[in-house]
Every structure is written in C-alpha cells, then in structure tokens.
Design a protein around this ligand. Sequence first.
Ligand code: ADP
Length: 174
Amino acid sequence: MSSKNYNDIDKNSLLLGGGMGRGLLFPGSFDPFTKGHADLVERGLQLFDSIVIAVGYNENKEGWIPVEERVRALKALYANEPRVTVESYTGLTIDFAKQCGAVAILRGIRSVKDYEYEMQLADMNKQLSGIETLLLFANPQYSSVSSSIVRELAHFGKDIKPFLPEGLHYSSKK
Ligand code: ADP
C-alpha cells in the first residue's frame, strides 16, 4: 500500500503547528460528550501539549444533538483551556488529523469490545497514513459510561447530568 509518510508533511501551516507544540487529535461523535471523554482529554493533556477535540459528523445522519450544538457546548466547556480546541469534521479522520498537524490520534478503551474495534481502526489508520493512535484505558469509574447509554437514559426522562462533565450544557437535544 503506498502512502506518504505522515512525518513528511509540513506541520507549520496547520492548526496545531507553531506555538501549540505536540498535539493530539481526539475524534469522536461526542453525542453527547461524557465524563469519560473529559477524563481522556485531561489525561491526554498530561502527555501532550494540546488537543483538538474533533466532533465527527455524517451528512446523512443528524445524530441526537445537532453537530453545531455539540461544538458550541464543548467550546464553552473548554473556553478557559487554551490547549484545547474544538472543531467539527466529516470524512476520514486521518485526513483531518493531517490538516490539524496532530502527532497522533487519541482514543479510549473501556472493554474488550472497544479493544477489537479500536485496534482495527488504529491499524488501518496507521497503514493508510503512518499516524499513530494513542489508546488510553478508561478510568474504572467511567468504564460503563457511554454516549449511547446516556441518550437512552434521556429518552426515558432520567437525569443525565451525573454523566456529563460539570459545566457542559446543551441547549438543544432531540
Ligand atoms: P465514536 O462514535 O467515534 O466511537 P465516541 O464519541 O463514542 O466516538 O467515543 C470517542 C472515543 O472515546 C472512543 O475511542 C471511545 O472508545 C472513547 N470513550 C467513550 N466513552 C469513554 C469512557 N467512558 N471512557 C474512556 N473512553 C471512552
């Protein structure tokens, strides 16, 4: 498979280049963003200089919270953390990671099920672009927290606040 080595690309013109040091791209649907996601951001920042939270969307699938609202709420949450930027993207994560100048992709693993999926994804991304994936195990206190369970709870009228980071507020949900 022919691919340009990721290290060959010019990082200076990119979002994380020049001034932001070595940055990670943290891609996901974040529909909604949970305490588990926030924990990964915090731990990623202990290892790298900056993180772009990349809210992925599919033009044919609206999602639970509109993508603009997911981005707005996360920008507000991290307004006082200059090392975190929030962007939306569609298309291949590796292409967006290159555009941002990220040195690696950050993802999380809660279970064996996550492991199998994340391993395939990381392997494919590495083969296609040379970009590495940094996988962090879920903090045990958040290992059962998932966006899909949170959506399910909301659907049945339960309070989802305990699962969202403090200070994160969405103004529109389905
Ligand atoms: P996607 O739709 O791309 O799987 P998600 O928004 O569900 O995106 O999750 C983004 C990343 O965060 C994934 O790598 C997922 O495994 C990880 N993740 C989700 N919830 C948790 C959690 N509670 N603890 C640690 N990692 C998590």
